[in-house]
Design a protein around this ligand. Structure first.
Ligand code: NAD
Length: 496
């Protein structure tokens, strides 16, 4: 069993102090909140927070920015600004990746992957900014309809801590590409990485003032103020399903547009005819990547009975050999959880696993030297769970995998669809007909066939059931940030 962390090779870190000074886009003026390295407990950044008045100012500036600048009508300008942002992100890749690992905990390789995919998302939306086309149609003699896509107005992007760059940028980039103004509220655990990435956008000389602001603070105060404020036209929210439901209820009073990207309990289904080596890689990546703190984590593994024993044994052996530790150590394969309280939540689920089933790999709290200052738990696999176990239906958001076996496609489908969530699914099979049948039967926004956790700016993501409302990424994700307007021209002399 190799579970080693080497913290000794870490470079010294001078905590960042992030204030409004020289950062017009950051609307903060009061007490600082601290973000900590989840691997070592070290202070990463002290970030000033926003009062409700700061939020009001951000909203007024956004409205003014839209009214005074040509932003909403100048796609070429928006494309240029976004393109240069992507370039600056690329130039600052190493700094951004290190800060992301220090503040969020994922491995440096995963952090670089997150920066790269954020850049790709910006580039896709930069291209789209010049192609927000409408339609024109001759309706009858002398009558024409012109259908335009217009920006919604002021968008609040409220985002979580697990993929702080990606999930912020996948809302900000299309919102800006379509001509909106955006106010970002990042999660309190990861404010510094978000401020740093958005600063690279805000400093663009052609970017009109007010079109981007960042506010910092708790969801209950700053987040909720954005949701209910009459100056905000749309909420693009990514986070927990319960929070999302509350956001939707509050936004309903103002009849605001919402886009909700929420939780998951995604099934990863292995048929006996799959390429088993690739499927094992996929199962490991699906649950242990980013320590399972991914909304699309393949947290339920369904394996066909004839290969169940061999597949699960091999996966358990792999899990026990995963190198857990400091994300800055290039040898590390799985980093820590985000906080002590989140670690306790995950440990509570592991206890449920121990009482409702059998822990066949991991299960330990790694809270001893050299892990004692960070929030580490072992990659964990639980089998033999009773059908009513909460571990089969609730999102853990940690490296805890529940495995089940099935005998037929029908049973696999019924188990796969048996939760309130519907975010993603993995299917491993060499039978094309089966892939189609299962793919059509699964209730989820993304279905990976013989792969897992690959995301593309071009293709939509989002949830069925309690996993969300609307889509992000792709063309549909872009158009979520628009209103459709029909201009109806009648050149006839009489009304009737
Ligand atoms: P969270 O819901 O606690 O917080 C998300 C954001 O909402 C934070 O910025 C938070 O401050 C803010 N917030 C909290 N309460 C609020 C309120 N009442 N009004 C307005 N804003 C409020 O989620 P989290 O713990 O940061 O993230 C983990 C969750 O996010 C998991 O459930 C995960 O599945 C989900 N998630 C979903 C996706 C997706 O694309 N579907 C992606 C990543 C994470």
């Amino acid at each position: 069993m190799v579970r080693q962390a080497t913290f000794a090779s870490r470079k010294e870190w001078n905590p960042l102090r992030i204030t409004h000074d020289n950062r017009e886009f950051l609307r903060v003026s009061t007490d600082a909140l601290s973000s900590f390295d989840p691997a070592t407990g070290e202070l990463v950044a002290l970030v000033e927070t926003s009062t409700l008045e700061d939020v009001n100012i951000a909203i007024s500036r956004a409205i003014e920015g839209l009214n005074r600048s040509g932003w909403r009508n100048d796609g070429a300008l928006r494309a240029r600004v976004l393109f240069r942002w992507a370039e600056r992100m690329r130039t600052n890749m190493d700094t951004l990746a290190e800060l992301l690992t220090r503040e969020q905990g994922k491995t440096l390789a995963q952090a670089r992957g997150e920066v790269l995919s954020s850049i790709s998302m910006i580039e896709f939306n930069s291209g789209q900014a010049r192609a927000i086309f409408g339609r024109a149609i001759a309706l009858k003699e002398g009558v024409h309809g012109v259908v335009l896509r217009e920006p919604v107005g002021v968008v609040a992007a409220i985002t979580p801590w697990n993929y702080p760059l990606n999930l912020t940028i996948r809302a900000v980039a299309p919102a800006l590409a379509t001509g909106n103004a955006v106010i970002v509220k990042p999660a309190s655990a990861t404010p510094a990485i978000v401020v740093h990435a958005l600063e690279l956008l805000a400093l663009d000389a052609e970017f009109p003032p007010g079109i981007l602001s960042v506010v910092i603070g708790s969801g209950a105060t700053v987040g909720e103020h954005l949701v209910v404020h009459e100056g905000v036209d749309m909420i693009a929210f990514t986070g927990d399903s319960t929070t999302g439901i509350n956001v939707m209820k509050k936004a309903a009073d103002g009849l605001k547009k919402v886009s909700l990207e929420l939780g998951g309990k995604s099934p990863n289904i292995d048929f006996a005819d799959a390429n088993l080596e690739k499927a094992l890689d996929g199962a490991e990546n699906a649950i242990f990547s980013a320590a399972g703190q991914i909304c699309t984590a393949g947290s339920r593994l369904l394996v066909e009975a004839s290969i169940y024993e061999e597949f699960v044994d091999r996966l358990a052996a792999r899990a026990s050999e995963l190198r857990v530790g400091d994300g800055l150590d290039p040898q590390t394969q799985m980093g820590p959880l985000i906080s002590a309280s989140h670690k306790q939540t995950v440990l509570n689920y592991i206890e449920i696993g121990k009482s409702d089933g059998v822990v066949i790999s991991g299960g330990e709290d790694l809270g001893h030297a050299p892990f004692d200052k960070g929030h580490f738990v072992a990659p964990t696999i639980v089998s033999g769970l009773s059908m009513n176990s909460r571990l089969l239906t609730e999102e853990v958001f940690g490296p805890v995998l529940a495995v089940q076996s099935f005998d037929s496609e029908e049973e696999a489908l019924s188990l796969a669809n048996g939760t309130e969530f519907g975010l993603a699914c993995g299917l491993w099979t060499s039978n094309l007909d089966r892939a189609w049948r299962m793919g059509r039967g699964i209730e989820a926004g993304t279905i990976w066939i013989n792969t897992y956790h690959h995301f593309y700016g071009e293709t939509e993501v989002g949830g069925f059931k309690h996993s969300g409302v609307g889509r992000q990424q792709g063309i549909e994700g872009l158009l979520e940030f628009t209103e459709t307007k029909h201009l109806n021209f009648d050149s006839n002399n009489n009304l009737w």
